[in-house]
Write a protein that binds this ligand. Structure first.
Ligand SMILES: [Cu+2]
Length: 508
């Protein structure tokens, strides 16, 4: 068995001027194929959280969560997850209690195991604030290991970013008060930054929504948290034991959206216009979705609303870490679905994620919401130009025998680059591998300029972007937020195995 493993490993290594560059392994492709989830009818009209229906609680959870549809501090109605109770009555402060702890959960008979949860549920509760609010999170770690909380996409102080290079990971039983001001409206998320490949897979992730200054009048907002999970014999499969996982990251064998294996069934009124906030929290899998028959537009991405919404007509590709806000208009009665497209050996498998039944008399005048004016990001001349090479090599000192690298180095200890606050930095990301590397830069936003020399239209400010296999991707980052910031591949196995660096942005 060990011999077989080593053979497989070596089969993937190609000699290259003394160094061995990793290429993907096609010998075991079936693991990336999702099985079709069951399609049980969920009677509740909202997207339900199956953890509330089909769980075997190991312990009573005392955390306060609100009903799915709530009006709080006059936020728009939201469905799809539970919203964390704001304990602070002040209008511009959101103060919440968040506790990470283990809980035995059973999901639809397919997996029963000890999950890691925020406040007892998977996904963790939605944290909601309004742009400009101060957010205070009283965090308690009741996991059997250290952890931190990273606020993915928020441009806050590096002291609050959950980087284990800055914050000493919180010991079991320990607490930490995260406190920051949310500067941008948008769809964000939170997750640990310690042993993240295991801690996220076990259930530690949640959406963080920053509402615009003035509410935008949708009939409903919905959160859709896309994940996959790797289950073997009814348990969360062991970590980093499979060669595929080391090479490609962990691709689950089940799609696990909003904490459910099943298609979610919802009903909406004819004429309704909704905002669907979508995040991909998977360890490695790039998600492709489609929505047919309805009028849908992409209105926002990582950095919030975009200046010019564009039609979501065919498919949308969401690499891990990225977010999209979709405006969906249900003009006519009928049945529609948001589908997940899973590539298989024989083509593409279509799995409905959300089935929408649109009913009711057509309103005489369905109207689109009024959006605040948003300027397109500027594209100034860069102050600096840097290159980052993404590759991997065989490394017997690495726990999995493979080291993933940025500019030929794993686990950078010193800053890979030092910039000054306000610098505009053009970054050329070169992928020496055939497999993709979704790049995430903490604390700053960037725009996407070109792929393989061709300019592309990927509007809006991003903090996460997919670097495709063997691709040269050019982005332009705005180093507006001083501090020490992690920069890494968001395939969590690649990050854990070295594809992890840090940039330093010096204050002016
Ligand atoms: Cu990677």
């Amino acid at each position: 068995m060990r011999w077989l493993f080593m053979s497989l490993l070596f089969a993937t290594l190609i000699g290259c001027s003394g160094e061995q560059t990793l290429t993907p392994d096609a010998s075991n492709e079936e693991k990336t194929v999702l099985q079709e989830p069951t399609k049980e009818i969920v009677e509740d009209a909202g997207i339900t959280d199956s953890t509330t229906q089909e769980t075997i609680p190991e312990e009573e959870t005392t955390e306060k969560v609100k009903d799915e549809t709530i009006v709080e501090k006059a936020f728009p109605n939201i469905s799809g997850g539970q919203v964390l109770q704001d304990e602070n009555p002040a209008a511009n402060i959101v103060e919440v209690n968040l506790r990470a702890h283990t809980r035995t959960l059973t999901f639809e008979g397919k997996v029963s195991d000890t999950f890691y949860t925020y406040n007892g549920i998977v996904p963790g509760p939605i944290i909601r604030a309004r742009v400009g609010d101060k957010v205070i999170v009283h965090f308690k770690n009741d996991l059997p290991e250290t952890t931190t909380v990273h606020w993915h996409g928020l441009r806050i102080s590096d002291q609050m970013d959950g980087s284990p290079r800055i914050q000493k990971p919180i010991a079991p039983g320990g607490t930490f008060k995260y406190e920051f001001t949310v500067k941008e409206a948008g769809t964000f998320w939170y997750h640990p930054h310690v042993r993240s490949n295991e801690q996220l897979e076990k259930g530690l992730y949640g959406m963080l929504i920053v509402q615009e200054k003035e509410n935008i009048n949708f009939d409903m907002e919905r959160s859709i948290v896309l994940d996959d999970i790797y289950v073997l014999n009814g348990k969360i499969a062991s970590f980093m034991t499979a060669h595929m996982e080391v090479m490609h990251g962990r691709n689950g064998n089940y799609l696990f959206a909003n904490g459910s294996f099943s298609t979610q069934n919802i009903e909406v009124k004819t004429g309704a216009v909704e905002r669907w906030r979508i995040v991909n929290v998977a360890n490695a899998r790039t998600m492709q979705i489609q929505m047919k028959g309805v009028k849908a537009r992409v209105i926002g991405t990582d950095g919030g609303l975009i200046s010019e919404p564009y039609p979501f007509t065919s498919t949308l590709t969401i690499p891990v870490g990225q977010r999209y806000d979709i405006e969906v208009m249900f003009e006519k009665e009928g049945a529609y679905s948001l589908d997940f497209l899973a590539p298989t050996q024989n083509g593409v498998q279509t799995i409905p994620l959300v089935k929408v039944s649109v009913k009711g008399e057509q309103p005489s005048n369905p109207t689109l919401p009024n959006y605040p004016k948003v300027d397109a990001p500027s594209n100034p001349k860069p102050h600096r130009t840097v290159d980052i090479l993404f590759d991997g090599v065989q490394d017997p000192t690495s726990p999995a025998g493979v080291a993933w690298r940025l500019n030929k180095k794993s686990h950078w200890k010193e800053p890979i680059f030092t910039f000054n606050e306000g610098d505009v930095v053009q970054m050329t990301l070169r992928n020496a591998n055939a497999q993709p590397h979704p790049f995430h830069l903490h604390g700053q936003f960037f725009i996407v300029l070109s792929r393989d020399g061709k300019s592309v239209s990927e509007p809006g400010l991003k903090d996460s972007v997919l670097l495709n296999g063997n691709e040269i991707l050019v982005i332009k980052a705005f180093m507006d937020n001083p501090g020490q910031w992690m920069a890494h591949c968001h395939i969590l196995e690649h990050a854990e195995l070295g594809m992890m660096a840090e940039i330093l942005v010096k204050p002016r």
